[in-house]
Each structure stands twice: as C-alpha cells, then as structure tokens.
Write a new protein. Structure first.
Lengths: 155, 567
C-alpha cells in the first residue's frame, strides 16, 4: 500500500467496521520508500476471506493484495521474551533457547531476554515449553509472510 | 512566471477548472480565507444553507439530478460533524461528491484547538476517500484527485480537509489535466467471455427477470437497459434506487421490488429461472432473507462496477465486473449479431403467470374514502405533473407511497435516501435539484415528522427563490414506525405520535412562502394544480391524511420475498 499517513487506520477501520478479525498485523516501509508492505493474518470462511480481499482492494491506498495461503509461502514472526533466570533455571532456559534456535540478547542476574523467530506456532510452542510463571514479559511482531520461489509480490 | 496564489485562491480556481458553478455551504472560522476568495469572483455560485447537513444533502440532490459532482463547503469542528449525516447518506447511495472542510491551522492540530475535530478520522468510514492537505504544494493535485475519485468507478463522496494556514500560504498554481494513481484503476469494460456466457444463459431462459438498481441511473444507462429489456421481451423490476431506469408506465415493468415492492415483482424475483441483476446489490430491503431467496433454484447474472457487491449476500453464477453502461452496450451489440432468439412460446407462459400475479392488484386502496388517502395524493401529483417532475422524498411511509404511485419513466427524477434512510433529506435535496434544473418542476414528498428534521431550509428557499412544492403527507404519526409497532409490537405506539405539531401553513407563511392546508379528498387535485401554477413560489401543502393507512405489500424483516403481507 501507499506509504501514507492514515493508510493503516483505513485497513484497521475496515476490519472493525465490517466485523472481520485481525489475528495479527505487521507493517513497514519497503525498499521503495513510497510503499509499505503489510502482512495481515485473518480467519474466516472462503466467502468472508473473499469479501475481506475485495473490500481491502477498494481502499484507495491499497496497491495490491495477495492471499499467501493460496500458495506456498513462508511465514516468520519475531518474539522477544523475558524470562526469570535464577540458579538452576539459567542453564535450563539457555538449553531451551538453543533447541528453539533463539538467542539470548540481554542478561541480568535475574533474567534473560531471548530473541526467537519462527512461525507463530513455533513461538507458541516455546512459551508452552517454558514454565508459565517464569515468563515475565513477551512482545511479538505478528507474522510477516512471503511467497516461495518465483511467486513475487511487487508493484 | 505565473504569480503565486494562496491556498484559498487555489481552492476556488480548482472548482472553476472542474466546471463547478454551484456549491452549498456555511462559513466559519477555518474557511474564512476560502469564503473571502468566493466573494471576489462570480463563476462559482455559493448557496448559503441554514445547517451543514442541508448543504451536503443539497449538493447530493444537485449531483443525483444532474450527474455532476456535487460540492459542499463547511467549516471545521461542528461544521464537519453536522455534515457527517449528509456524507454518509451520499456514501450509501454512491453519489459523486466533493466536500471541502476547513481545519484548524496545522500547528494547532492535535492540541484540542477551538472547533477542532479529527475530520479525516470521523469521516473515514463514510467516504470513498479523504485527504488532509498539510502542504500547500499538494493542494491543487489533491483536489483534482478528489474529483477523479468521486466521479469514477463506483462513485462516492470524497472529503478534502484544508487547515486554515494552508488556505493562507502561497504557491504557484498548476491544475493537472489528469491524474493517474497506481492504486486506483477502476474497471469499466466487462470481461468479453463473461458477457458471452451471460448472453447464452439469457437466451436459454424460460422465466427471466431483469432486476435493475441504482447503478443503471448512476452510469446513465437507462436507454440501454430499456433497449435490452424490450428487445428480449423480458419483465423488468427496479429497486428503490433504480426507479426511472426502466419506464414504469411500460407494460414490461413490474414496478418496484423488495420490502414494499409489488406482488408481481417479488413473486417473479423469487420464482424466475434466470435473474439478470444490473447495478443492484441484493440488499436486505430487496431480497429479504437471503436463505429463503437462495432456496429457489435459479441462475444469476450480476453486472456491477464494484467487485465487492458481487457474491456479498447471494452467490452469483456469472459475475460481470464493469460499468453498467459499457457492459449493456456490449451485450446489446452481441445480441444483435446472435442468431438465437428468446423462445417466445415459453416466454408467453411466463408472462401469463406474471399477469395472474398482477391480477392480485397489490397496490389497491380505498378510493372512496372520506379521509385523504396518501396514495391518492401521489397519484394526483403524477397526473398533474404528467410524470415529468423531479420528486425528492424524505424517509418513511410517504417515501414508499411516492415510489409505488409515482410512475417514473425517466432516470434522475426520483431523488431519495435509499441506503441510509435519512429523514430530513427531502427538502435540502430538492433545493439542489432545483438549482441544477432551474426550469424543472420539483416536488418534495414528505411527512410531518421528516420535514421537521431540516425545516430551517425554508429560509434558504426564500433567499434563493426556490419554488419547491412541498407535499406534506401529515398523518400525525411517524407513520412507518407506527406501522411496525402495529404489526410487530402489539399496537404499542411508543413515542411515534407527534404531539404539539406546528401549524404548517403559518410556519410556511412566516418564512415568506405560501401554505395551504388540505383536508378533503375532493380538494387534493385543485390544490396541486394551483400550487404548480405558482411558478415562482414555494408552496407548502399540508395534506391531512388517514392516520391508520399502512404501506402494502410488505415483506416483514427476516422473511422471504414471497412471504408478503397484502392488503
């Protein structure tokens, strides 16, 4: 979509006005600074998704839409998670982070902050594997998606 | 080198470049520079209304009756919030319109300044698009875009919010000849293959119906629709927004369909085998319960410029996205070269069935009544104006009677708020219609509840000598509310009775107009005749009508089209 003030509000407003769900939404300018790319995750029947697509297309600032779930695609989400890390926990959490291919990016004597990338399911799995009262804080970006191989969304 | 102009001058110059010769508005702090420039020129005429809602309705009526972009000018804050009802009305009915609003200076935005509201935020869900112009060098280009977006594709209102300091700054004025936008390229031509498929289905139909909506009016395709329907000898029904798209007095017309549509139109819709939807959107007031509608086995062709209208409420078999006018032209061209013709014998059977439904005489009413029947007033209005008037309406029973009993043969003659259902629309819209058609006969069919929602505009009508004919069907009730309460709420008329009504004759007179009160059926015709003879005067006709009259047929909410309550 056009990288213009208010474009994001139009998308968000459309979803609330028409009663569609937004599971997650991530957006940032692209290599062409006049354009932003947004990955929006929603759930609905085929009819609803068709309507969502058509309605989004009607927004003047939306340049192009693809439904990534129509084909092979890759999805990644970034999570920063701060966990309590005291005594024996420190080693255990380090191991767990390694298993999930995360990296510890901030350390104090009581906590680790781990950076983790993957599908939303993988991030959920990490949280499940961590003792729930050890999780002090999480922040997630929402999914970003891209088509595989030759499947390219470009204006 | 050309001289630099202020933002205010640029705004007015843009309107002149767009060929706008009449705008509707109300001044205020944030638009004073723009008003100052208006004052200094005479190409763009400004009509001063008495409330911003009326400015937008008037611009709307102007647009609907002329197919030009309507323009309204309002100030920031309350100017804008008052305009919102009008903007939403235009949005729901896809009316091309540009609203220019003043905004507090850019350095005050966000600081809760006097008369500040987030105009772009407030209007976002009810405009086709909107802009806040923070940079004077973008102003002309933005206004060009606004007119382009408003009038192309599925039309709609576009708002341009101009902060006061921007209207004061200076820059070189260059008005672009055209704009292109990579993110906005509305389709016009229909897909050739789809049109071919549609024609095949049309020619194989045994029980066809053409269902034509507001899209036919908006794209000026009434002649093409008429040609197609008559070439095929198919029945045609029009939506509330589509009245006049096919001549109502023609024998192939089934009249209006939907919640208060005719028996024959609704039955034909429900039991046809091929439905050709043209610029219509299967909304809740048209097909009733979509499940009940979809229970019947029929094939649907849907022509519409807006892809999101297709398969929104009802699955269609052959969608054609494109401008109704372009698609109909293609369809007619193809039909002329086609060897196959519709099967006349089979069609004759279908017409026989339709004639049986027609015999139900669903619009009958007591013609011998000693009290004025509202339907009779509309029939007389039709007779006396020879079907040639512009009729605006407010919202309620009177609106439905006007739609049922005034036979519109031409497009852009029936001006009403179909989508949003805005009471208070009728009189201001009629002002716009009269200004767009200075020699036209313009009548506003209203009721004593609706008319009071914008009654202040009687003053505007006086100032600009707008000779409207106000047909007030006064039943001392919010009639449609009362009707629903009678049918669905055990006759408990909660707050639908209008106590303490004004004396409308005196009221009209106090604004400098002529008021007449009509209480007997035998006086209706003469009153209307007299009123239309007074070519330079607004005449307010207060018809005291039957309080208990209801609009029939009626498809109750949630019911199927064939489940009508009849007289």
């Amino acid at each position: 979509m056009e990288n213009e003030a208010g474009a994001l509000s139009r998308v968000a407003g459309l979803f609330s006005a028409r009663g569609y769900n937004i599971e997650s939404l991530s957006v940032a300018p692209t290599e062409d600074p006049t354009l932003s790319r947004m990955t929006l995750v929603t759930v609905g029947s085929d009819e609803v998704v068709e309507q969502v697509t058509k309605q989004l297309n009607k927004l003047i600032e939306v340049v192009k839409i693809i439904d990534l779930s129509d084909g092979n695609h890759i999805e990644r989400e970034l999570m920063l998670v701060k966990v309590r890390a005291v005594g024996a926990e420190r080693e255990e959490i380090k191991r767990l982070a390694e298993i999930f291919r995360g990296s510890i990016i901030d350390v104090t004597d009581k906590s680790y902050t781990i950076e983790l990338t993957g599908t939303s399911e993988k991030l959920d799995a990490f949280l499940e594997a961590t003792e729930s009262n050890a999780v002090l804080e999480t922040v997630r970006t929402g999914a970003s998606g891209i088509g595989r191989g030759e499947w390219i969304l470009k204006v | 080198m050309s001289a630099e102009l202020t933002g205010a001058e640029i705004t007015i110059r843009c309107l002149q470049e767009e060929g706008v010769n009449c705008i509707f508005g109300y001044p205020g702090g944030a638009v004073l520079f723009i008003y100052d420039e208006l004052f200094k020129q005479d190409k763009v005429r400004h009509i001063l209304v008495r409330h911003e809602q009326a400015a937008v309705h008037a611009a709307d009526g102007y647009a609907r009756s002329s197919n030009k972009v309507g323009v309204a000018l309002v100030t920031s804050g309350p100017g804008v919030t008052n305009a919102v009802t009008g903007i939403a009305t235009a949005y729901m009915d896809s009316i091309p319109m540009v609203v220019i609003s003043g905004q507090v200076p850019t350095n005050a935005i966000g600081l809760d300044a006097f008369q500040e509201v987030d105009t772009v935020g407030i209007t976002r869900p009810c405009v086709k698009h909107n802009f806040l112009v923070k940079d004077i060098t973008e102003l002309a280009h933005t206004i060009k875009k606004a007119f382009y977006i408003a009038s192309t594709g599925r039309p709609g209102p576009v708002l341009v919010d101009i902060p006061k300091d921007v209207s004061q700054q200076k820059t070189k004025f260059v008005y672009p000849d055209k704009v292109t936008m990579r993110s906005y390229n509305p389709v016009t031509k229909g897909h050739a293959k789809q049109i071919k498929k549609a024609l095949e289905l049309i020619l194989s139909a045994k029980r066809p119906v053409v269902y034509a909506g507001g899209g036919v009016i908006l794209s000026d395709a009434a002649p093409q629709l008429t040609e197609l329907v008559q070439t095929l000898n198919f029945p045609c029904t029009n939506t509330l927004m589509g009245l006049g798209g096919y001549p109502a007095t023609d024998k192939q017309s089934l009249g209006m369909l939907g919640m208060h549509g005719t028996y024959e139109a609704n039955m034909a819709m429900q039991y046809c085998d091929v439905l050709i939807a043209v610029g219509a959107r299967f909304d809740d007031r048209v097909i009733g319960n979509p499940k009940h509608f979809s229970n019947e086995n029929r094939k649907i062709i849907h022509i519409d410029i807006d892809p999101s209208s297709i398969s929104k409420r009802v699955r269609v078999d052959i969608p054609i996205v494109g401008d109704v006018l372009e698609v109909l032209k293609e369809l007619i061209k193809l039909l002329k070269t086609e060897k196959d013709k519709p099967d006349h014998v089979v069609l004759k059977e279908w017409w026989k069935q339709i004639d049986l439904w027609r015999e139900r005489d669903c619009l009958k009413f007591d013609r011998k009544s000693k009290i004025i029947k509202p339907q009779m007033v509309i029939e007389k209005l039709f007779e006396i104006t020879k079907g040639d008037a512009f009729i605006t309406s407010d919202v309620g029973q009177h609106q439905m009677w006007a739609a049922q009993f005034y036979k519109f043969d031409k497009p852009r003659r029936w001006i009403n708020s179909g989508g949003l259902g805005t009471m208070g629309f009728g009189m201001p819209a009629a002002m716009g219609v009269q200004l767009a058609n200075p020699n036209g006969k313009v009548a506003c069919v209203t009721g004593e509840a609706s008319i009071q929602m914008c009654i202040q505009e009687l003053s505007t009508c006086k100032q600009y000598k707008l000779p409207l004919k106000i047909i007030n069907l006064n039943n001392r009730y919010m009639g449609m509310v009362r009707q629903w309460q009678e049918f669905f709420h055990g006759n408990r008329y909660a707050e639908s009775y209008m106590n303490a009504l004004p004396d409308f004759v005196k009221l009209a007179e106090s604004y400098g107009h002529i008021g007449i009160k009509i209480e007997k059926p035998e006086d209706v015709g003469d009153a209307l005749k007299e009123a239309f003879k007074l070519k330079d005067q607004l005449v307010f006709m207060d018809f005291i009508t039957d309080q208990s009259e209801n609009v029939f047929p009626m498809v109750p909410g949630g019911k199927g089209l064939s489940e009508m309550i009849l007289v």
